[in-house]
Ligand binder design. Structure first.
Ligand SMILES: Cc1cc2nc3c(=O)[nH]c(=O)nc-3n(C[C@H](O)[C@H](O)[C@H](O)COP(=O)(O)O)c2cc1C
Length: 180
């Protein structure tokens, strides 16, 4: 699909690498996406909200709108990056107790392409619940980027300056959304 005017939601969870998510936003914009950043409530402490709002020209959203607030534009595609152990497991189980998870809960049913880039250390990535979550999400058509080089599980808090994981997520979204 042509990305011009299409809205990519970047859902940011509370992992150390969230500090570098501005780079993902920049690279997505260079590809023609309009970017809407959504954070989990916990991730608000990990990002520079002012900077992201300046970059995207849109408010960073971390909670459901009040009934009197206007509806935000619908997502044409969603990248969850960085995705935490917590949010991956909740997404797989259909839990919707944050705005970010509420968006994710509906996405497969709405046919919205979703790419998930977990940043999870090996102690957590090897847990049976996490492995089941990844399998369940993949069975629903969600692309979970595990075991693909740069998105290998890593230690919590291990930086955000490396662009390679963000590139990997965008390349996967290209594959999902590009029409031949
Ligand atoms: C400095 C710091 C770095 C963290 N990094 C990670 C991480 O890389 N991956 C992860 O799954 N959890 C990480 N956590 C734990 C999550 O923040 C915690 O599980 C939180 O409840 C996740 O909430 P969320 O999924 O709603 O964003 C980190 C916590 C701290 C304090």
């Amino acid at each position: 699909m042509s990305r011009t005017g299409k809205v990519l939601y970047v859902i940011v969870c509370a992992a150390g690498s969230a500090v570098g998510v501005g780079r993902l936003v920049t690279m997505a914009q260079e590809r023609g996406w309009a970017v809407q950043v959504v954070t989990t409530p916990a991730a608000l402490d990990f990002v520079d909200v002012d900077e992201l709002e300046k970059q995207t020209g849109r408010p960073v959203r971390s909670r459901y709108r009040r009934p009197d607030e206007p509806k935000p534009p619908r997502a044409d595609a969603i990248i969850v990056a960085p995705a935490t152990y917590n949010t991956v497991n909740k997404f797989a189980q259909g839990i919707a107790d944050t705005y970010a998870l509420g968006l994710l809960a509906e996405a497969p049913g709405l046919g919205i392409p979703v790419v998930v880039l977990p940043f999870v250390n090996s102690a957590l990535a090897n847990r049976v619940p996490f492995r089941h979550s990844v399998e369940q999400l993949r069975a629903e058509g969600v692309r979970v980027l595990l075991g693909q080089g740069e998105s290998e599980p890593r230690s919590p808090g291990s930086g955000g300056a490396d662009d390679r994981p963000w590139k990997l997520a965008l390349a996967e979204m290209d594959r999902l959304t590009d029409t031949p």
